[in-house]
Design a protein around this ligand. Sequence first.
Ligand code: ADP
Ligand code: MN
Length: 179
Amino acid sequence: AANDNTKRKKPNILITGTPGTGKTTTSSALADATQFRHINIGDLVKEKNLHDGWDDDLDCYVINEDLVCDELEDLMEGGGNIVDYHGCDFFPERWFDLVIVLQTENSVLYDRLHNRGYSETKLKNNIECEIFQVLLEEAKESYSENIVMALKSDTIDDITRNVATLTDWIRACAKGVPT
Ligand code: ADP
Ligand code: MN
């Protein structure tokens, strides 16, 4: 479907990427800088029970995509949202004005996930997900390529630069927050 965002006063941004690439850190800093609303889909799913139980093999909730989309429709219509999730193919295309894919160098990502206490299987799955650029491909298949942007997230400096870039983008956006 075409991107029908004409009714929103403020843009919506999706921040996606492999677990550990810095989505939540970046989204939360960007929300502080812009007063936009940070929506962490993982937390929302847990809080509002928008899942179909726990997947023992994948060691995570089985997200109910329809419930998540129903839950968010009104908020997304209003604009001013930063959505944070390690997947992007089930949201309505019309929701987003910009789709950011965070990317992290393998050895750096390995250390972050190891520090999180991920099992070997979960570690291996996520490192492979990053090597094969699964989220970048998913984003390009799900949204118009001219709104998809990959950003490096290896260091704290990268976070600072990415938040500055995105804050500028929001302010420059015709529908952005007043300065
Ligand atoms: P995600 O939400 O994508 O899973 P998080 O934002 O929770 O990732 O970050 C995972 C861990 O890695 C946190 O401890 C965070 O402080 C660290 N981290 C994330 N991005 C960076 C970065 N660009 N530079 C340094 N540390 C980072
Ligand atoms: Mn997160």
